[in-house]
Write a protein that binds this ligand. Structure first.
Ligand code: SAM
Length: 342
């Protein structure tokens, strides 16, 4: 027996249990157990079970699992949220990840059940998980109001969490107007106008999305207005701006679609104007950061790219001075400028 075999392989054992931990988090979130515990003293399992309408024994096991995972504190008086749970896991927490967790449970979990087929076939498994094959990713999300709302809430929760880091990775104060292409609920746009009061920001997204953005707007007295414009960035004219933004857009599309989109942005961008790309940038070996590598397993037609691949891609469409900020904060940021005419 090798010496290493006398020490338990803790990393592997942890990974073997990873699915149980994820599902415990998803179900406690879906049943809004963290919401029930917010701002209340310690509660017993029976109280939570009565409020949520679940069995006492099942609730107790789930709450114990959440305590074991560090999501709850357990004392003889009962269970309470940790500070981090109040902030990130309650549905109205300041940086709530509830929307993304529900998307993970209802959409990604069924998809990942078919990972083996996805790997064998090299394609997304929507038809197996949900019984249909849509022409593109977003047609799947926008076919029903319920799924659209869930997807937008998921995008909003991550965008709200990462917006400040993206908006401040570079000093953008020289720009007067920005257009966030595929800007969804406007979470990044609102952060930009807060940080750069002289910047006017337009969010450009599909009509189905723009029709649904009012639900996600911050209260009017806290932020300057953002303009929402509906359209298809592959087909329609893009609003004029001196800074274009693509946040979590490029990784979704195959090369042919990226060619159309970047050609259009490059054509409308005046020399000296800029393009800001927010993505999780892979290291050159393409094994880090793990969240981006694992996201690739969804098998969309797009792909995650390394820093040198983004540089090469953007230069191909006439952008220069490509600068990359690795934030180690879910989204890295790439800024580049439309080359001045010779
Ligand atoms: N930028 C947001 C963020 O970082 O959270 C949302 C990213 S989400 C992965 C991609 C966005 O692109 C969605 O809001 C989607 O509706 C939008 N989108 C997809 N296809 C589009 C198209 N053809 N024209 C305009 N927007 C599109």
């Amino acid at each position: 027996m090798p010496e290493s075999a006398t020490k338990l392989p803790s990393k592997i054992l942890e990974l073997m249990d990873g699915f149980r931990a994820s599902k415990a988090l998803f179900v406690a979130s879906k049943l809004k157990m963290f919401d029930h515990l917010k701002n209340k003293g310690p509660l017993k399992a029976v109280d939570i079970a009565n409020e949520v309408g679940t069995s006492v024994c099942g609730t107790e096991r789930l709450l114990d699992a959440c305590a074991a995972l560090g999501l709850l504190e357990k004392t003889p008086q009962g269970y309470s949220n940790t500070d981090s749970t109040n902030t990130y896991l309650t549905s109205d927490g300041e940086y709530s990840l509830h929307g993304y967790i529900i998307h993970s449970n209802d959409h990604l979990w069924p998809l990942f059940t078919f990972l083996e087929s996805a790997v064998k076939e090299g394609s997304r498994q929507n038809h197996r998980a949900f019984g249909k094959k849509a022409e593109d990713l977003f047609k799947d999300y926008y076919h029903s109001q319920e799924v659209k709302q869930r997807f937008m809430a998921a995008m909003h929760s991550i965008a709200h969490l990462t917006a400040r880091g993206v908006a401040t990775a570079f000093d953008l104060s020289r720009f007067k107007s920005a257009c966030d292409l595929g800007g969804c609920t406007g979470a990044l746009a609102h952060e930009l106008v807060k940080i750069y009061p002289n910047l006017s920001v337009t969010v450009f997204d599909l009509p189905e999305v723009i029709a649904n953005t009012s639900y996600f707007q911050p209260s009017a007295e806290h932020t300057a207005p953002v303009t929402f414009v509906s359209g298809d960035f592959f087909k329609d004219n893009l609003p004029e701006a001196d800074l274009y933004i693509l946040s979590r857009v490029l990784h979704d599309w195959p090369d042919e679609k990226i060619h159309v989109l970047l050609s259009k942005i490059s054509a409308v961008c005046k020399p000296g104007s800029a393009l800001l790309v927010a993505e999780s940038v892979l290291d050159e070996q393409k094994t880090c950061p793990p969240t981006a590598v694992l996201q690739s397993l969804s098998m969309t037609e797009g792909k995650q790219r390394s820093g040198s691949e983004y540089k090469q891609l953007l230069e191909k469409y006439g952008f220069t001075n490509v600068q990359i900020k690795i934030t180690e904060n879910l989204l890295d940021v790439v800024l580049c400028f439309k080359a001045l005419s010779p």
